[in-house]
Ligand binder design. Structure first.
Ligand SMILES: *Cc1c(COP(=O)(O)O)cnc(C)c1O
Length: 375
């Protein structure tokens, strides 16, 4: 087998397939000089509302802002507790701390890597005001029981959907909802490598609540409805028109992109399921998996595997190497105790290339290389 170089993402070849549409739209936007707001952003907002079947999409500058604005819209008080998984990207907990709220870091399910209703319920105290389930790697958390617990205790639910846009969740009675539209607010990121990515920074919030939508819109725009009259403290968080052009184009292909990722995952599953030292991604029965990442667990020398794959030209990343409660920045917020599942996962996981432009020969090279590690 000859040597190959397989990156984690390939945005270049994806771009080349839609180049005419993208270039045309970007040039038109430059000519119009409508760089901020305007028709392109409005069209994207409406198209995403239709795609997600949600009453309101509010675009903003990035996924971290989306989480921050979501929390700001809930009128929380300093010290109020917000439950968040310890096994996630830092942004989820960062904004909680930034707003002088108390992040309460909890475990995840060792198989799906997601928060569960049980874990959530056990962490509730009289000060708990919100919970942020993170739909990690492309699967929706089991939201129906999470929403039931939240309702019982009067807790807000903000779904961090940055990795899972396009996934569908199925309720017990069979009806379905798009990931991110189940809680009070959903947030997402359009960072270039996300499943729906733009060519810069971007993000959005989703909600079916008209009142919350108004507050969110206002907060994202300096706390104003009427220009120069500021009702609440807000921030400046906008999606620009050039990013909206890219997103409008790519939204049309999002389902195709998800299917391409799922095909890669199927190949990996088949090729690697029989390797005793590896655990292939476990599926959450109530959600489909849109595979933002394909994350394996290894029983053995994880760091050796990572180095070996790098040497062989196979992209490889560790999501995530350190749980939140062990991060220096979060030490002051962690009230002690162990989170053994999150700690174990950080030692065992590694992600291999998955994107929309992978061909059979790439998949063969990746899987054969991994299998040879154990020879
Ligand atoms: C990417 C990501 C974010 C942050 O999005 P940005 O657009 O980079 O600010 C938040 N949460 C999760 C889980 C993410 O993967």
């Amino acid at each position: 087998m000859g040597s190959m170089n397989i990156p984690m993402v390939d945005l270049k070849n994806q771009y080349l397939k839609i180049k005419d549409e993208i270039d045309g739209g970007i040039l038109e936007t430059i000519s119009s000089t409508q760089f901020i707001g305007g028709e392109k952003v409005r069209t994207f907002k409406e198209n995403l509302e239709k795609y997600l079947d949600v009453r309101h999409v509010i675009p903003c500058a990035n996924g971290t802002d989306a989480l921050q604005i979501a929390l700001m819209s809930l009128d929380l008080k300093p010290g109020d507790e917000v439950i968040v998984p310890a096994f996630t990207y830092v942004a989820t907990a960062e904004v909680i701390a930034l707003l002088q709220l108390q992040p309460v870091m909890v475990e995840v399910d060792p198989n799906t890597f997601n928060l569960t209703a049980d874990i959530f319920e056990k962490a509730i105290t009289p000060k708990t005001k919100a919970v942020v389930p993170v739909h990690l790697f492309g699967q929706t958390c089991d939201m129906e029981p999470i929403m039931a617990v939240a309702r019982e205790h009067g807790i807000y639910v903000i779904e961090d959907n940055a990795q899972t846009i396009g996934a569908t969740y199925t309720y017990d009675d069979g009806h379905q909802a798009k990931s991110g539209t189940i809680g009070h607010i959903g947030t997402t990121s359009f960072y270039p490598s996300k499943n729906l990515g733009c060519y810069g920074d971007g993000g959005a919030l989703f909600t079916n609540d008209d009142q919350l939508a108004k507050r969110i819109q206002m907060i994202a725009n300096h706390g104003q409805v009427t220009r120069y009259y500021h009702d609440v403290i807000g921030c400046n968080s906008r999606l620009d028109a050039i990013q909206a052009v890219v997103l409008n184009t790519k939204l049309k292909y999002l389902d195709d992109y998800c299917r391409a990722r799922q095909k890669v995952a199927q190949y990996y599953d088949k090729a690697l399921a029989g390797v005793a030292q590896l655990t292939i991604p476990v599926r959450e029965p109530k959600s489909n998996h849109v595979f933002h990442q394909y994350v394996l667990r290894i029983d053995g020398n994880r760091d050796g595997m990572v180095q070996y794959l790098k040497d062989k030209g196979v992209g490889c990343m560790i999501y995530y190497p350190l749980p939140l409660h062990h991060q220096k920045a979060f030490a002051p917020f962690f009230k002690g105790g162990n989170l053994p599942i999150s700690e174990q996962l950080c030692k065992e996981v590694f992600a291999i290339p998955i994107h929309t432009e992978m061909e059979e020969q790439h998949l063969e090279y990746v899987t054969q290389t991994i299998i040879q590690f154990f020879d």
